[in-house]
Design a binder for this molecule. Structure first.
Ligand code: ADP
Length: 458
């Protein structure tokens, strides 16, 4: 596929080139006709002079003085040859022997008219004029005057060579100027493309730079800017809606939860207890979901700022491991903590805890009974620190690996087996990104998983 710029350059060069060729062809053709006509006029005038000279001599009843004819000035004519032919076709006189005289058109030549002939000998081109002349009293001969067109053709050849040089040169110059002009014309569009590519959901408030001149490109840019503004406002209201919805859901859920817990205390019927317990578990899930949704909507609305403080990462990890102990114990999972050294850093304590708890929760959730989950804190270097959460669990299939950090993504296997919403890792990624850190995973089906988080110390 050719770009519009290439197409414009090609079309411009082609049309200009074609026009130039037609123009030069017309110039060449008219010059050729003109030069030939001028030559014919010179030849005709010269023939007329000879005719007059011969006829004057005949009036004076002199013998034809050939020497005088031979001596007549032949300016502007090359290789001139003159011949007189009697009516019986016998040559009466010729300047020089010449084997290629055109045959005489009898009737026509006798009728006082002049006729022109072309004579080609190899590459040499001659022109011949023939007409009647009264060479003796009441006796008409045919006078033939011949001259070479060498000079005229040489001029025409020079002109042709010049045109042959001009045409490719004109193509190059036209192509180059088309390239420069179209480059300048497309530059604002290229700039706009770069600008548009840089706009994402994170910077929807950005607008495209518009060119100074209010032309079509300016209009296009303005239209795109208006469109981005509409998308921005729709996106904002959608985010606002999610935020409000999750906020509104939380209050009634909390009330229902409290009420059900109270009812549970009052009831002694064991089946009713089971129902209420199931309902409470669902409500617990819903509460977690709305909390996650609210957090993500705040991230999207760029409303979530970090409350950084000086903290001990080793202590934070110990706290998280303690918090996970009850659920790990239920599955007989051993929680292993390996800390190389105390690490002090500036970070948002609550958000970092959420990162650690989400990863630990997954590790326990996706590790079968009696497995091991390890939390490993590396010694930090001058600027960064890393910790790993490693489990001996089910692992993650290759097909799922590129998607696990996406919102609401859950692998088909875990969807059926473990509860969850598919938001845990999305939150981990957002919170780590807020700290200007990174999170990566190393896992394979059936071989456990290791999530590694790296964070700046300040
Ligand atoms: P959830 O755990 O609620 O499903 P997450 O966003 O935390 O949502 O995780 C997304 C998916 O990534 C999970 O459904 C699971 O398939 C996979 N996953 C995450 N952590 C692990 C882990 N430690 N071991 C195996 N699979 C995991």
């Amino acid at each position: 596929m050719f770009s519009i710029k290439t197409k414009i350059i090609a079309a411009y060069t082609f049309f200009f080139g074609a026009l130039l060729i037609v123009l030069l062809a017309v110039i060449y053709a008219t010059t050729r006709i003109n030069n030939y006509q001028k030559f014919d006029t010179r030849l005709r005038n010269f023939a007329k002079m000879i005719k007059v000279e011969i006829e004057e001599q005949v009036i004076d009843e002199e013998e034809l003085d050939i020497a005088e004819i031979r001596a007549m000035p032949r300016e502007g004519l090359l290789d001139v040859n003159i011949r007189l032919v009697q009516s019986d076709g016998q040559e009466f006189y010729a300047d020089r022997p010449f084997d290629h005289w055109p045959s005489i058109r009898k009737n026509a030549d006798a009728s006082k008219q002049q006729h022109f002939y072309d004579v080609h000998i190899g590459r040499e081109h001659f022109r011949c004029v023939a007409g009647p002349v009264e060479a003796k009293k009441d006796t008409f001969y045919t006078l033939q005057v011949l001259a070479s067109l060498r000079d005229v053709n040489a001029d025409l050849n020079r002109l042709f060579t010049l045109f042959i040089v001009i045409v490719p040169l004109a193509f190059v110059v036209t192509g180059f100027s088309a390239y420069v002009i179209s480059g300048a014309a497309f530059r604002p569009i290229a700039k706009m493309t770069v600008g548009a590519n840089a706009i994402s959901l994170q910077n929807l408030e950005t607008r495209l730079d518009l060119p100074k001149v209010k032309d079509e490109v300016y209009e296009l840019g303005q239209t795109l800017n208006n469109m981005i503004a509409r998308i921005e406002s729709a996106y904002k209201s959608q985010k606002q809606f999610v935020a409000s919805a999750s906020h509104e859901l939380r209050t009634p859920l909390t009330i229902i939860q409290t009420e059900l817990e109270l009812a549970l205390k009052k009831l002694n019927d064991p089946t009713a207890n089971d129902n209420i317990k199931t309902a409470l578990a669902e409500i617990e899930g819903l509460t977690q979901l709305t909390t996650s949704l609210l957090l993500l909507s705040k991230v999207d609305a760029v409303q979530l700022s970090l409350q950084k403080e000086l903290l001990r990462l080793d202590e934070l990890l110990i706290d998280c491991v303690h918090a996970m102990q009850p659920s790990a114990a239920k599955k007989g999972i051993r929680l292993d903590l390996q800390i190389e050294e105390a690490v002090e850093m500036m970070a948002d304590k609550e958000k970092l805890k959420r990162v650690c708890l989400n990863l630990l929760d997954n590790a326990v959730k996706y590790t079968p009974l009696s497995g091991t989950v390890s939390v490993i804190l590396e010694a930090g270097n001058n600027s960064r620190v890393g910790f790993h959460i490693k489990d001996s669990g089910v692992g993650i299939a290759v097909k799922d690996l590129p998607h696990i950090f996406k919102r609401f993504y859950r692998s088909d296997e875990t969807r059926a087996k473990a509860p969850g919403s598919g938001l845990g890792l999305a939150i981990v990624q957002e919170l780590v990104a807020l700290h200007k850190g990174s999170v990566i995973v190393d896992s394979a089906s059936g071989r456990g998983s290791t999530f590694s988080v790296e964070l700046p110390l300040r």
